[in-house]
Design a protein around this ligand. Sequence first.
Ligand code: FAD
Length: 496
Amino acid sequence: MSKKSVVIVGAGIAGMATAIALANKGFDVTVYEKNSQPGGRCGQIERDGHRFDIGATILLMPSIYRTVFESLGLNFDECFELKDLSTIYKLYFGNGEQLVFSKDDAVMKPQLEAMEPGSFIRYKAYIKAGYAFFRDSYKNLLARNFYNLFEFTTLANVMMLARLKTYLRHSIFIRKFFKNKNLQQAFTFQNIYVGQSPLKAPALFSMLPATEMIEGALFPIGGMHQIALKLEAVAKGAGVKFVYNATVEKIETNGKQAKQLIFSDGSTKQSDLIVVNADLPFAYRNLLPDNKISARLDRKTYSCSALVFHWGLSKAYPQFVHHSIFLSKDYRESLDAIFEHQSLSENPSFYIHAPVRKDPNAAPVNNDSISVIVPIGHLDEKNPQDWEELKKLARSEVLKRLSAEGFTDLEDHIKFEICYTPVAWKSIFNVSHGSVFGSIGHNIMQMGYFRPHNRHNRYKNLYFVGGSTHPGNGVPLVLLSAKLTSERILKENCQN
Ligand SMILES: Cc1cc2nc3c(=O)[nH]c(=O)nc-3n(C[C@H](O)[C@H](O)[C@H](O)COP(=O)(O)OP(=O)(O)OC[C@H]3O[C@@H](n4cnc5c(N)ncnc54)[C@H](O)[C@@H]3O)c2cc1C
C-alpha cells in the first residue's frame, strides 16, 4: 500500500515536530517554508561573528520539552549541550531596587525578606500554588485534545477551571502573597511571555513564575535555534523533505476536502492531508475561502507585539547576566499603553538577552551580542501607529534606562543594529497583527475547546499546528500542539 502523503505549510518548531511524528508513523511528509531557514520565530541571525536568536530566547518548562521529545523517540537532554541557569534572570525595578531570580532558596530568602519582612514563606506558598496550577492544567487542559464541546464542558472540567482560579485576576491573586508593589510585579510580569497584560491575566498564569522556580531555565549552547536545527535534522533522517523559499498562496478546496497547495510561482502540490503551521488566523484569512470564519477570528483578542533590537557591540559587558528584565517605573501606565492603546509608553519595560557569558561563540572575542525585546501594541487597522517613531522612542528610552542602570557607554559601542517591528513580524512570518506571542491571545475564553481547533470543521483532511491553535504559544506549548495535532491525525487517519 502506498504511503499517505502529508504537506506541511511552515517549518516552524510546531511544523517540524509534527513532520517527525508523522514520518515516524510511515507518512510521506514534505514541508514547505516561505523563508530560507527553519525555525520561524525560533530562527537565528549571524552577522560579522555575532549571533542572535530572532525570537525565543528563554527555555522554560523543560518538562514539556522532555515529554514531547520522548514522544518523537528523542532524549531531550542528550540532544543539546544544556546549561542550567543558576541566576534565571535579574530584575531591575524602576526605583533602583533589584532582585535576582534563582531556584536557590538561599539566594531568594535574604532578598525577599529585605524587600518585605515575612515574605519568603508566602513566596514558597505562591510558588507551590502556581506549580499545582501548572500540573493540573497540564493534565486536564493543555496536554489533551478536546474533540467536542461536551468533552470540554464536563462537570470535572468546570471544577478544574474553578480550581485553576480562572475567574480571578492574577494581579488580585498576587496581593494575597505580597504587599510590596515590586514583588507583586516580580511575580506577575511573566504574563507578557504569552502576550497578555499582567493586570488582566487570570491567576492560572502564576504557573509561569512557578515553573521557572521549580523547573528552572535552561540554555542550549548555540541558542534556541539549535532546537529548530535538531528538529530539521531528525525530520530529514526520518525521510521528511524540506522545500525552502516556497510560499503557499492558497489552499484549494473542493467543498469537502482540502485538495492542494498553490504556490506563489503558480505551481501546485496535491496531498492526502494538509497541516498548516503558518499562523492560523492568517491561513483562514489568506489561504482559505471561508470569509465568515475569518471574520470571526478577526474579532478575537490578539496578544501584544514586540520591538526587537539586536545589537552587535564592540565591547564586552560582563555586568549583564544571561537574562535581564528592566521594569518601568510607570508600570501600570506602560502596560495600558501596550494593551489598551496598542502603542508604547515613554517609560517602557524591556528584556535583554546577553548569551555571551554562557556561550562565548555568540560574539567575537571582547565583543558582545545583545538582543533587547520591548513589548509593544500590535498592528490594529483602527488604531494605526507610526512604528518608525515608536522605534526611535523605544531605542532612546532603552539606552537612557541602561545608562541610568550603569551601562553608560553602550550606545558608543553599537557596531550595528538589526530591528524587528510588528510590521516585520507580519511580513516575514505572516503573524496576524504582528502579535508574536500568539497570535491569538490566551484569555480563558480563547483556551481549551474555545481556542481555534486543530482541525478544520469542514475540510476534515486539513489540520493546524502552532501558537494560534490549542494549547497556545511559546516553544513548549507549540511542541505540545505538535504532539496533539499528530495524535489527532493518527487517530482520524489510521486504522489501528
Ligand atoms: C520576540 C520573541 C520572543 C519570544 N520569546 C520566547 C521565549 O523566550 N521562549 C519561548 O518559549 N517562546 C518565545 N517566543 C515564542 C516562540 O518563538 C513561538 O511560540 C514559536 O517559535 C512559534 O512556533 P510556531 O511553529 O507555532 O510558529 P512559527 O515560528 O511562526 O512558524 C510558522 C512558519 O510558517 C512559515 N509560513 C508562514 N506563512 C507561510 C506560507 N504562506 N507559506 C510557507 N510558509 C509559511 C513561517 O515563515 C514560519 O517559519 C518568542 C517569540 C518572539 C517573536
